[in-house]
Ligand binder design. Structure first.
Ligand code: CUA
Length: 315
């Protein structure tokens, strides 16, 4: 990841980032200059006009000074008007999506991001986009409010259940950029991380092609191991027996699992499959019913892969 920054902000990675930064720095430095000025004058006057001895009479307060009143009304008004028009202009740039934008559907849910591409497949955690091309994001949430935040692009937009929110960006720096969830959404909020990979036009075409074909040559267990990280299982399920949001996957296959409804079952292949596709059907004692369904996110071979991988995780 590119962690470099210039000044206070991360390196600008989108077309409108410099515009946002310019306004930020204008407000910051104006405030800084005024702050130093006011404090300096205050200290100077405090010393100069202090009561030197008990006998010195107090100076009378200033009453009705039109020049002073105009000055402290007009200067702040000018500053506010500048910030308003500048900000409004930038706001419009950030909110009017160019017509030729590539449209990607973003779904936020506890606790991962998934991305649906127009070609008809999806990715979890990682959004891949071509450089120098406007990308429109149509976003919604499957549960609570999340917020899609890519600091390098200066893009932050809430992601809500039951309605779409729209944002866009045009990335102009190749490489990987951090993606955060910027709205507290429960236990796994801080784990709701991802990245935006900005690649060249050619690499994007290659990536599209690769993503659309199921690679049958990867052995199931290896595929499962890959998906464990790629599809965000790792956010909630450990491999070492420790407990995060959900039960650890270590030794789960073949073990007896107790459910909140009082039932118990031996975790076999069908149980694992059902738990991935319909997690709310059986909730394990001691855990909350928070796992999302992976129906529509995983292909059949991918489910086979995950089941095969989980079977290898013996105690
Ligand atoms: Cu999703 Cu915080």
């Amino acid at each position: 990841m590119d962690n470099s920054s210039q000044g206070m902000l991360p390196l600008p990675g989108s077309t409108f980032a410099p515009e946002v930064d310019a306004l930020f720095y204008f407000i910051f430095y104006t405030a800084l200059v005024l702050f130093v000025l006011v404090i300096t004058v205050m200290i100077y006057f405090g010393i100069k006009y202090r009561q030197k001895s008990k006998e010195t009479p107090l100076t009378s307060g200033v009453d009705k000074n039109h020049l002073l009143e105009f000055t402290w009304t007009i200067i702040p008004t000018i500053l506010v008007v500048i910030v308003f028009f500048w900000g409004f202009n930038t706001y419009m740039t950030m909110n009017v999506v160019p017509k030729d934008a590539l449209e990607i559907k973003v779904t936020g849910q506890k606790w991962f991001w998934s991305f649906d591409y127009p070609e008809g497949f999806n990715s979890v955690h990682e959004l891949t986009v071509p450089v120098n091309k406007p990308v429109k994001l149509v976003m919604s949430s499957k549960d609570v409010i999340h917020s899609f935040f890519v600091p390098d692009f200066r893009v932050k937009m809430d992601v809500l259940p039951n309605r779409y929110t729209i944002t866009w960006f045009e990335a102009n720096k190749l490489g990987q950029h951090h993606l955060f969830c910027a709205e507290y959404c429960g236990k796994g909020h801080s784990e709701m991380l991802g990245s935006v990979n900005v690649v060249t036009e050619e690499d994007y075409a290659l990536w599209l092609e690769k993503s659309q074909t199921v690679d049958e040559s990867i052995p199931l267990e290896e595929l499962g191991e890959m998906l464990y990280t790629k599809k965000a299982c790792v956010t909630c399920h450990t491999l070492d027996g420790s407990i995060l949001v959900g039960p650890s996957l270590l030794g789960i296959f073949g073990s007896v699992v107790y459910h909140t409804d009082g039932s118990q079952v031996v975790a076999d292949e069908n149980y694992l499959r059902k738990s991935i596709l319909n997690p709310q059907a059986d909730v394990v004692v001691g855990f909350d019913p928070v796992m999302p369904t992976f129906q529509g996110i995983l292909r059949d071979r991918e489910i086979d892969g995950l089941v095969a991988y989980i079977k290898t995780l013996k105690k």
